[in-house]
Design a protein around this ligand. Structure first.
Ligand code: NAP
Ligand code: GDD
Length: 321
């Protein structure tokens, strides 16, 4: 029997690398779309290189998406590519809109042209809930985005729903809450903390400068969340799902847990630096994932303490080398 084929955009990112591992373990032929760069950015998928088929493409370029689909002939497309760092979205709002919002339409149009039976997953975000209208947040909670990134993701979500309703595409939007790992980019707060703790513990740094310590997030483990993406595309009907742990912790809680894991008190090292504050903040996110539990049979496995431990241990080992 022919292997199932999947195309992942954003395969070089945190989630792309975990999803590629998952799909390979399920026997898929996995294609990853990568954009041209003068330097290699394959660190997260280095260990998978011999098993992956890489195709060049960019969400800004319509014809490259069509060619990527023709080359890979997938039955499933996971659109994970985006400008994903919230602070950058104030600095580059138009580019963020091009990648993170219009890029979704470009991919959906490419699917309509090449093969409208392709199942499509859109990486939507809890950042769309922004200034939250209710707590916890579910699929029925209205959006109130607080950053150009959040606004762009809301567009991506609704265009996915619209193409499902207009053209009958099998298009799902996964509204994922923050998910982390030792492969998280170093500028995101959890990784900045785990890296900072390891540096301080090893005598490589004296302090850690952060912004708003009171913001609360629903943090889970990325490896658990890619399973939910896959499950969405295995259902009889396309739909939208909220994915999170249902627990919320503050940035301060994360610091407390990470520093105490190595026997230190965060209050001795963390300095608040206003330059990391945002023009508009998302104060509190916490997921109601009861629909995903009921329909997909999905729940997160790695808890908060375990996630912190995993990330700090990884950065200690990495920096010791
Ligand atoms: P990430 O590590 O920042 O990865 C982003 C990926 O997008 C990278 O592979 C990047 O490629 C690629 N990319 C960016 N612009 C592109 C373009 N114009 N054309 C093609 N590829 C492009 O993000 P992540 O944490 O894995 O997140 C995956 C997706 O889920 C993103 O859409 C993000 O917004 C969304 N999301 C993430 C979370 C979370 O907590 N992690 C939560 C909700 C939603 P390069 O390597 O070339 O830069
Ligand atoms: N990055 C960063 N750096 N954040 C800080 C810092 C700091 O020094 N200090 C405090 N924070 C606070 C931010 O103000 C925010 O409230 C919280 O930590 C989390 O910030 P990030 O880790 O940058 O993630 P995010 O919540 O803005 O966005 C992530 O999650 C979204 C899902 O809700 C990204 O992965 C998005 O792509 C994703 O959609």
């Amino acid at each position: 029997m022919e292997k199932r084929r999947a195309l992942i955009t954003g395969v070089t990112g945190q989630d792309g690398s975990f999803l590629a591992e998952l799909l390979l373990s399920k026997g898929y032929e996995v294609y990853g779309m990568v954009r041209r760069s003068s330097t290699e950015k394959m660190e997260r998928i280095e260990h998978l290189r011999s098993q992956l088929n890489l195709v060049q493409g960019d969400l800004l370029d319509q014809s490259s998406l069509i060619e990527a689909l023709k080359a890979s002939r997938p039955s499933e497309v996971y659109n994970l590519a985006a400008q994903s760092f919230v602070p950058t979205s104030w600095n580059q709002p138009v580019l963020t809109g091009e990648f993170t919002a219009l890029g979704v339409t470009r991919m959906l149009e490419a699917i309509r042209k090449v093969d409208d039976s392709i199942k499509f997953y859109q990486a939507s975000s809890s950042e769309m809930f922004g200034k939250v209208r209710e707590t916890p947040q579910s699929e029925a909670t209205p959006f109130y985005p607080r950053s150009p990134y959040g606004v762009a993701k809301a567009y991506g979500h609704f265009i996915t729903v619209n193409y499902r309703e207009s053209y009958g595409l099998f298009a799902c939007s996964g509204i994922l809450f923050n998910h982390e790992s030792s492969r998280r980019g170093l500028e995101f707060v959890t990784r900045k903390i785990s890296d900072g703790v390891a540096r301080i513990k090893l005598g490589l740094a004296k302090e850690l400068r952060l912004g708003n310590l009171d913001a609360r997030r629903d943090w889970g483990f990325a490896g658990d969340y890619v399973e939910a993406m896959w499950l969405m595309l295995q259902q009889a009907k396309a739909d939208d799902y909220v994915i999170g742990t249902g627990e919320s912790h503050s940035v301060r809680d994360f610091c407390e847990a990470a520093f105490s894991h190595v026997g230190l008190d965060y209050k001795d090292y963390v300095k608040v630096d206003k330059s990391f504050m945002r023009p508009a903040e998302v104060d509190l996110l916490v997921a109601d994932s009861s629909k995903a539990r009921r329909v997909l049979g999905w729940s997160s496995k790695v808890n908060f303490r375990e996630l912190v431990r995993m990330m700090v241990e990884h950065d200690l080992a990495r920096l010791k080398k």
